[in-house]
Design a protein around this ligand. Sequence first.
Ligand code: SDX
Length: 429
Amino acid sequence: MSASSTITVDDKQIDLPVKTGTIGPDVIDIGKLHAKTGVFTFDPGFTSTASCESKITYIDGDEGVLLYRGYPIEQLAEQGDFLETCYLMLFGELPTPAQKADFDYRVTRHTMVHDQMNRFFQGFRRDAHPMAVMVACVGALSAFYHDSTDISDEKQRMIASLRMIAKMPTLAAMAYKYSIGQPFVYPKNELDYTSNFLRMCFAVPCEDYQVNPIFARALDRIFILHADHEQNASTSTVRLAGSSGANPFACIAAGIACLWGPAHGGANEAALKMLMEIGTPDRVKHYVDKAKDKNDPFRLMGFGHRVYKNYDPRARIMQKTTHEVLGELGIKDDPLLEVAMQLEQIALKDDYFIEKKLYPNIDFYSGITLKAMGFPTDMFTVLFALARTVGWIAQWAEMIEDPSQKIGRPRQLYIGPDKREYVPIGQRG
Ligand code: SDX
């Protein structure tokens, strides 16, 4: 593509610079468009709009490629662990053994939360959705950690980043324990990140708890798959909140709120509920027909994606992990997996899905695996938020450190009433 693009507005022609990235589509820099022409661009949902430059994650939706700092997700998920991915996200390079050991040590020693956080939980009903609890408690972290809320201080930004990564599992486990009326379990420093989380969720004071290494490995891989994904809705929310100078805990709480929606991170919970509603393979076709019916709002949850117009590479790894975990549990014919496999087979051969390029996304299989591990459905999006925290915080830091960064403030196309005079109430109607 040439170094500039010409646009004609009324009879005025202007050249707009074109920027080229490392890989992926070029962008037309429209920053001066309004100043030069008086018009805005219009792109609800940002289907053709790049909001920033970033070095963190790259997706090729047509090829089904996902890279974290240039490394293919398949290689990171198969060969690394989640804290290695966290290090990569934050610092841009894979850690040396010494750097990894130091990072693990630092994260591990931030896993406890201020003990007064416990009181927040007492205010919730036991049946509160754990995502509501997480939005509240993560936002409340800014009330405790004043020594890491000055975003202009690089050291404080790093401490806040480590605290967020370290404390999300503890808060998530507390939200789960509170919902089932069991006592909170404190983190144990000798355990690795994901084993620590599993123990905080499933250990009880009455007996020792042995972490199943297959589950720990599978969940750690699931966290890697969920770590970051370019400028998705929740990451864009975190960036926009951060652009006003809000503290990192408040920004992550905003990201958690956005992720909760069923069109986004809430899809893993919705997908499992859908599979349970379908129930048996013979009912799959009825639901596929519902999803194709323009007059029916029903959508196949866990299917489709704004960017992937091919199989989501994460879904492939998720499917493999599902078989591993079910195999470990000796579950041969999980009815939900049967339904999911049948649904995938029918949908991928159906013209509607082929034409609209709708494939399973990361949320399609994750719920089956998490349910098999013992997590309740309403914890699924909490686990997504736990893993995505590193992506949110890395993108937040990248935005803060971007010298060209300014407060995000989109414009609009106004279609409301023209200017009109106020009518006193006594003269109305
Ligand atoms: C995540 O952005 C990210 O990167 C998100 C994520 C991440 O890691 O951060 O990948 C995580 O959120 C994955 C997506 C999880 N959501 C779901 O599984 C919910 C079901 N899927 C959708 O609602 C939908 O596919 C979206 C929201 C994911 C994408 O929506 P788009 O890009 O706005 O596409 P669209 O809604 O305009 O759909 C295009 C067409 C429409 O038909 P037409 O109006 O053109 O005739 O495809 C249809 C849609 O009706 N369609 C579906 C469908 N998804 C889209 N039809 C049936 N079932 C579906 N699931």
